[in-house]
Write a protein that binds this ligand. Structure first.
Ligand SMILES: [Zn+2]
Length: 127
């Protein structure tokens, strides 16, 4: 399952103009209290939607069970995930300036833009 400690992963960088580089990304898993709060927010919103759906004629036969199920699944999904990914040692392969990046639960590969030269690049795990 999820590693609960801060860890670093090796990444490869590929600029859209063809330059390649490599670096390190820092991954900080959220603490269980932060994940719990996020899960409660998701479940709470879906439960509220289910409550509102009770008053929709006809539709409530479908919507209420779906939203209740969604509140459970969504809450569990949210609780089991949560990390902040940031640039640790990443340099732009085009201008070699240090790249800055920070994102919660990003989708891989990461899409970055260099703030110094404006180069677009993708950052992917190398293993
Ligand atoms: Zn650059």
């Amino acid at each position: 399952m999820a590693n609960d400690k801060v860890h670093y992963i090796a990444v490869g960088i590929l600029a859209t103009s063809g330059e390649e580089g490599e670096g390190t990304i820092k991954v900080v898993p959220w603490s269980s209290s932060v994940r719990l709060r996020a899960a409660v927010r998701v479940s709470g919103a879906l439960l509220l939607a289910a409550f509102v759906a009770v008053f929709l004629p006809g539709l409530h036969f479908v919507l209420v069970p779906l939203l209740l199920l969604g509140a459970i699944v969504g809450g569990i999904y949210r609780f089991t995930r949560g990390e902040t990914v940031s640039a640790d040692s990443l340099n732009c392969p085009v201008c070699s300036q240090k790249l800055s990046y920070e994102q919660d639960n990003p989708s891989w590969p990461l899409a970055l833009q260099c703030s110094a030269c404006g180069a677009q690049m993708t950052v992917a795990r190398t293993n």
